[in-house]
Design a protein around this ligand. Structure first.
Ligand code: FCB
Length: 475
């Protein structure tokens, strides 16, 4: 009997045994039977540069991503965000997509260069007016905005970009200003999105704008400025909004799960997670650069001024994490106490080379944040995947995306059940959009974007997500 026949005959070990063990079926609660709490926040996420287009309209200043995407060879297919999904004009249509899904929340970002085209100084009121309209439209449709204030689109006029410490200060001024403008209606702000991406990937690896490959010391300094911007941003926002406004961030820490769920391996996974994120999230949660980070960087450790770490460690109301993939570790006799394991050879991977399917990273992200850092509230601010999306007779049956999402959301459910304070989940993304250096070929949306007509077509995963939300459980 080949493998397929074994499964077909119903004699596959796990399933067959369970079904015939007395009492097992009656006691087991499968994820699909378990409900999410009524007030669990379901949402979708997007970001300004990836969807808005209208790159030169209404006084918007140029950004690093405009410069980068217009530099030949930097983005696949020579794609730019000039038009993207044209959401600057079609935001009402996008709101209707959200409404139709039944989501209660939308994570969107504000483009800094629409507000201050030069990054600082002269205000562009048309930019503020635009976001006022978008937010009013969401609220009129019963959708709560969760607003990210910086999702990588840095005003190009800021000299030196994140190499300059002044950029962190300019960011904080902008963040305090715009949060004040919106905070009568927006009650959740995220300072920044994915610090390692706009620092390391952009200034050390060179994959993202501005595409530099700086030596370690300088790259670590960029990273420090990125983290500092978050901290100064928290302080500036707090100073300008009422006490009903909650402040967090959306970071993408590397999450290490234990290969075996026993205390020694769990401890190893925790230590690994704390160490690997030493330059970013660990510093934010602990208000210091931990010894292992400083020792590993040696003379290349960042220069820190008095007061920086206190700002970086500013108290947060919630911690948002973007989780796509993860790592496993086991306990080890070495001084560090852990060994990170390579991704499973031949294990499932989605259509981009970095997206190994590791659903447990979602559960362990929440658990580490809770156990290690006592995060008061946790949100999954992004999760999703690209697939090979091809329309066939006007339909897009992305069962592979549904498979991915069901596995990951099942891990959120486990964390909810165990009492961790995870309050919401934002799917990346509402619709296919400009996927940074991958351009438009990589599609993360649960709506298909036809870039020729700008039509948005729901994929099967949109129908699935709608059912999950309506029923409050996995389907
Ligand atoms: C995250 C980014 C988001 C999107 C997804 C796929 O790293 O925050 O803008 O590109 O990946």
């Amino acid at each position: 009997m080949n493998r397929r026949n074994v499964l077909k005959s119903g004699l596959a070990l796990g399933g067959g045994m369970l079904a015939t063990t007395p009492g097992a079926a009656a006691n087991a609660i499968t994820p699909s039977e378990q409900r999410f709490p009524k007030d669990f926040v379901w949402g979708c996420a997007t970001a300004a540069y990836q969807i808005e287009g209208a790159a030169k309209l209404d006084g918007r200043g140029a950004t690093n991503w405009d410069v980068f995407s217009h530099t030949p060879g930097k983005v696949a297919g020579g794609a730019t965000g000039d038009v993207a999904c044209d959401s600057y004009h079609r935001y009402k249509e996008d709101t209707q997509l959200l409404k139709n899904l039944g989501v209660g929340a939308y994570r969107m970002s504000v483009a800094w260069s629409r507000i201050f085209p030069e990054g600082r100084g002269a205000l562009n009121q048309k930019g503020v007016d635009h976001y006022n309209r978008v937010i009013d439209n969401l609220l009129e449709n019963g959708i709560t905005p969760y607003v990210t204030l910086f999702h990588w689109d840095l005003p190009a006029a800021l000299k030196g970009g994140w190499q300059s410490r002044d950029t962190a200060k300019a960011y904080a001024d902008y963040a305090g200003f715009i949060a004040h403008q919106l905070s009568d209606r927006v009650k959740q702000f995220m300072t920044v999105n994915e610090i390692t991406c706009y620092t390391d990937l952009s200034y050390r690896i060179g994959k993202f704008a501005p595409g530099l490959r700086l030596p370690n010391k300088e790259a670590n300094q960029v990273r420090h400025h990125g983290v500092l911007a978050h901290g100064l941003g928290v302080q500036a926002i707090r100073a300008h909004v009422g006490s009903d406004v909650r402040i967090g961030l959306a970071d993408n820490p590397a999450i290490v799960a234990p290969a075996i769920e026993t205390p020694e391996h769990i401890e190893a996974a925790r230590r690994a997670t704390r160490d690997i994120n030493g330059g970013i999230l660990t510093a934010i949660m602990e208000g210091k650069y931990i010894d292992s980070y400083l020792t590993a960087q040696g003379a290349a450790a960042p220069t820190v001024r008095e007061g920086d770490m206190a700002a970086i460690g500013s108290k947060l109301d919630f911690v948002g994490v973007n989780i796509y993939t993860g790592l496993f570790a086991r306990a080890d006799e070495s001084a560090k106490g852990y060994k990170i394991l390579p991704h499973a050879q031949g294990g499932p991977i989605m259509t981009v080379d970095w997206l190994n399917v590791e659903p447990e990273s979602l559960y362990w992200a929440i658990r580490h944040l809770g156990d290690m850092w006592n995060a008061p509230q946790i949100y999954i601010t992004e999760n999703g995947c690209p697939t090979t999306d091809k329309l066939s007779n006007g339909r897009l049956d992305d069962a592979d995306r549904i498979m991915y999402l069901r596995n990951y959301i099942g891990q959120v459910q486990r964390a909810v059940k165990e009492g961790y304070p995870v309050h919401g989940y934002f799917l990346w993304s509402l619709l296919d959009n400009f996927e940074w250096a991958d351009g438009y070929a990589t599609r993360f949306g649960i709506h298909y974007t036809d870039y020729k007509t700008q039509q948005r077509i729901p994929k099967l995963s949109a129908t699935w997500y709608k059912e999950v939300i309506a029923r409050g459980k996995l389907v």
